[in-house]
Design a protein around this ligand. Structure first.
Ligand SMILES: CC(C)(COP(=O)(O)OP(=O)(O)OC[C@H]1O[C@@H](n2cnc3c(N)ncnc32)[C@H](O)[C@@H]1OP(=O)(O)O)[C@@H](O)C(=O)NCCC(=O)NCCS
Length: 140
């Protein structure tokens, strides 16, 4: 049985290893343990992990709520346990949390060539917004 629960600081090394092998890693800032620890300190429920009965972290999803908008990040499921509905569970869990916090719409960044990710988002009711592009400037 795989359990979903908020990530703790003790999970951060396992999360970093999971993201190395299982997450969408192109065209984005690199992860750091310190940043994940800061996220957990700021919002202890933002990062959900999926953990096996043996204590192995095999999935993750960050649901960010800034008081105005709701965003999803770092949806990743380890290749060993894919296609068993874990991403759907993580997503349902995050959507429940974000709606309870006041979200009226939820978004996710998806790389144009990530066919696997696109299948998941499409089948979960998400669609691209063709009239908007994200504009960014690195600052840190
Ligand atoms: C995308 C990802 C999170 C899916 O995780 P998962 O636990 O295997 O997904 P689920 O089993 O919950 O599948 C949910 C739905 O997504 C779609 N899907 C998932 N994997 C798929 C595949 N290999 N081929 C086609 N559709 C797929 C299907 O619609 C599936 O529903 P179904 O099984 O009823 O057909 C996982 O493959 C992953 O971690 N990929 C790398 C990281 C990534 O791209 N994350 C998304 C960032 S935008």
């Amino acid at each position: 049985m795989i359990e979903l629960r908020p990530a703790s600081v003790a999970d951060v090394p396992a999360l970093m290893m999971l993201w190395e092998v299982a997450a969408e890693n192109d065209s984005r800032p690199s992860d750091s343990s310190a940043k994940v620890e800061a996220l957990i300190a700021r919002d202890p429920d933002a990062c959900t992990v999926a953990v096996t009965a043996e204590g192995r972290v095999v999935g993750s999803l960050i649901s960010g709520w800034d008081g105005w908008r709701a965003h999803l990040y770092r949806l990743a499921v380890h290749p060993d346990v894919r296609r068993q509905g874990l991403a759907r569970r993580l997503l349902a869990h995050a959507e429940t949390r974000l709606v309870a916090l006041g979200a009226g719409r939820i978004d996710a960044m998806v790389l144009e060539d990530n066919d696997l990710g696109q299948q998941l988002w499409k089948s979960s009711g998400y669609a691209p917004q063709p009239d908007w592009r994200r504009w960014v400037r690195p600052v840190g």
